[in-house]
Design a protein around this ligand. Structure first.
Ligand SMILES: [Zn+2]
Length: 365
């Protein structure tokens, strides 16, 4: 599985694989005539989810209806082919089905079955539960393209239930000390997961506008936040609830040095990120009181399980460390690491990096 140097159709650099090609616009599925999470492309683009580094400027996109709505809110109107999960549709010369990816509301993997076999692309995913998605489904395929952001053995996350309990204890301790608990999470995905867990446990929450906009869209798409806790959009200086009741402040990592956070008379800051296990985390997050490895990505063991259970005869890894493909080869799976895909650091930095290598870039923010 050596990357050939010749240029094929559509300017592609062949991977030596009839099911998937690497082009100047990123990965491409010839049978379905679809580009994968391409920032721009001459044809239709499969958008796996609506994080900034996966949104597309292409004229035509294919995605779930939920991702189409979120994408529209972030990037404006597009001609979109909306495909609900687990519904087979004919695209080009392939039968295409989208599987839940468990990453964010609307996130999906794509599985394309054509004359040459079956290929799947995971996009960002996790196998752990997500309150806004059905459980992720591992595709059976001949060739698998998978993201491997946390493809190192140090990234093995505790059960979510344990992390959520630690979050609740952190909030309780802050309130007991008369401090405002400040929860840092990205605008789309973890922001809503955090809010879901907080309100369902009865905490009242004020939510930064960037997260609140996405929360409102979740509600519009049929995913309200459970009580008994309440939430509302943050208004300047208004942290306490009616009667001075204490509330949690939920905001984005990029705002933690802002006046909104820094001028709080007393605060405790917790950051939700899988990069908590990065070897430099102690220094990178030294302004935080706690960093919890709550992530919307698969951890190392989930990544290995996905590669194995897919039954793929060859695996292409994107994002994450090249060493993950070496690990797959060491357990008998033919694997090759491709360069980061999509390659657009600018969009990640603008948003504070809410997925994939954005997490790595986000370390410096
Ligand atoms: Zn993502």
């Amino acid at each position: 599985m050596v990357v050939a140097s010749h240029t094929g159709s559509k300017g592609s650099i062949a991977l030596g694989d009839p099911l998937v090609a690497l082009t100047g616009h990123g990965l491409y599925l010839p049978a379905a005539d679809l580009y994968l999470d391409a920032r721009s492309a001459p044809g239709a683009v499969f958008v796996s989810h609506a994080h900034a580094d996966h949104c597309s400027h292409a004229a035509r996109i294919l995605c779930t209806p939920e991702t189409a709505a979120l994408h529209r809110a972030r990037r404006g109107a597009r001609d979109s082919i909306d495909v609900p999960l687990n519904t087979e549709v004919r695209v080009g010369g392939a039968e295409v089905t989208l599987y839940s990816a468990g990453h964010t509301l609307g996130s999906a993997m794509i599985v394309a079955h054509g004359a040459g076999g079956t290929v799947a692309y995971t996009g960002d995913f996790k196998l752990r539960p997500n309150p806004f998605t059905p459980p992720a489904r591992i595709p059976s395929c001949d060739a698998l393209v998978m993201e491997c952001t946390f493809g190192e053995p140090r990234y093995r996350f505790p059960p979510d239930a344990e992390l959520i309990e630690r979050l609740y204890r952190f909030v309780d301790d802050a309130f007991a000390d008369g401090a405002t608990p400040v929860v840092l999470a990205y605008a789309l995905g973890k922001g809503q997961e955090a809010l879901h867990h907080l309100t369902s446990a009865g905490y009242d929450v004020v939510v930064h506008g960037a997260i609140a906009n996405m929360c409102r869209l979740h509600v519009e798409l049929g995913h309200p936040f459970p009580g008994p806790g309440h939430w509302e959009r943050y208004r300047r200086g208004q942290i306490a609830g009616p009667g001075g009741a204490p509330r949690v402040l939920l905001t984005t990592p990029a705002t933690r040095m802002s006046a909104m956070v820094q001028r709080l008379p007393a605060k405790r800051i917790v950051y939700l990120t899988g990069w908590a296990y990065h070897p430099g985390a102690f220094n990178i997050y030294k302004d935080c009181d706690l960093v919890l490895p709550y992530s919307d990505h698969a951890d190392f063991d989930e990544l290995v399980r996905t590669a194995v259970e897919s039954g793929a005869s060859r695996v292409y890894t994107v994002h994450g460390p090249p060493s993950f493909s070496q690990h797959l080869r060491s357990i008998g799976i033919e694997a090759e690491h491709l360069a980061n895909h999509p390659q657009d650091a600018e969009a990640l930095l603008q948003e504070g990096g809410d997925c994939g290598p954005g997490g790595q870039l986000g370390l410096a923010l």
